[in-house]
Design a protein around this ligand. Structure first.
Ligand code: CP
Length: 308
């Protein structure tokens, strides 16, 4: 059976820890003078992103190249999709040209699952609508493990637009599987309508929550998914949920701030907090390459996928 990486909801602790341990090894590889290994020589990884990306697409491409794979980048704006070619014909075309693994980002929740039914190679979900972003959760977990040694017992507050966030959905299940306690903080209008089955606590008073948190994980307001339409004004949101120096000072001395990017400086986070030594934002970005190397390696070398 072909293996895919589509969601963290069905990933147990063992699978998550296996990928994090492998990612640790690739962190070491990336620290060498020549940060490259021949593990995927002969394989082709294709990034198929129908939504904009800086971190996810480029780190998958860097990861593939660090494993000596070839990379095919699909750009919808300059592709035959502009002439009406369907998603199905697009991915079948990429496969026919030799893609051995597809990383798919799409505005429609579920699109990577659909792609996985059409192609006979592994598919990685690079973010589908407001649904899932599993490699973001893996790189976040790796970053926290580096900082704290383990996630067991960590108190993580995810703050902001949970309703429209695929990062929140992936992080919540991964963090919970790894032993952390997750609190969601935000206005009720930015919470999902139904939290049944979510292993979380929900609060709305950020100032009261901050002293009890080890990690404050900030989310961008997802303007492209209607996030700004559900609270009175941006200044009102910033007043209640933006992290500034004063709120940062309410955290205990070892607590850290995280953000998946892109940040809206001055909205969910002030520039001084974003650039503070206890902001792990660039560690998250850096770890994205090693985590994605681990995912590509597990799916293409250890999975049953054949290439070359
Ligand atoms: N965190 C994240 O998914 O960033 P990009 O949209 O730049 O890929």
């Amino acid at each position: 059976m072909i293996r895919h990486l589509l969601t963290t909801e069905d990933m147990g602790r063992e699978e998550l820890e296996d990928l994090l341990q492998l990612a640790d090894e690739f962190v070491a590889v990336l620290g060498r003078d020549i940060p490259k290994v021949p593990a995927l020589r002969g394989a082709t990884v294709s990034t198929v992103f129908f939504e904009p990306s800086t971190r996810t697409r480029l780190s998958f491409e860097k990861a593939a190249k660090a494993l000596s794979a070839d990379v095919m980048t699909f750009n919808p704006a300059t592709s035959a999709a502009t002439k009406g070619e369907s998603l199905k014909d697009t991915v079948l075309t990429l496969r026919a040209m030799g893609a051995d693994l597809l990383v798919v980002r799409h505005a429609a929740a579920g699109a990577p699952w659909q792609v996985a039914e059409w192609v006979d190679v592994p598919v990685v979900n690079g973010g589908d609508g407001a649904h899932q972003h599993p490699t973001q959760a893996l790189l976040d977990a790796l970053t926290l493990r580096q900082r704290f040694g383990k996630l067991d017992g960590l108190r993580i507050g995810i703050v902001g637009d949970i309703r429209h966030s695929r990062v929140a959905r992936s992080d919540i299940f991964a963090f919970n599987s790894l032993g952390a306690a997750v609190t969601l903080v935000g206005p009720s209008t930015l919470m999902p309508g139904d939290l049944t089955g979510w292993p979380v606590t929900v609060v709305s008073d950020l100032d009261a929550a901050l002293p009890e948190l080890d990690v404050v994980y900030l989310l961008r307001i997802q303007l492209e998914r209607g996030g700004a339409t559900v609270f009175p004004s941006l200044p009102e949101y910033v007043r209640r949920f933006g992290i500034n120096r004063e709120r940062f000072a309410r955290l205990h001395a070892e607590a850290v701030v995280m953000h998946p990017g892109p940040m809206n400086r001055g909205v969910e986070i002030t520039p001084d907090v974003a650039d503070d030594p206890r902001s792990l934002v660039l560690d998250q970005v850096r770890n994205g390459v090693a985590v994605r190397m681990a995912v590509l390696f597990r799916l293409l070398v250890d999975g049953e996928a054949a290439y070359g």
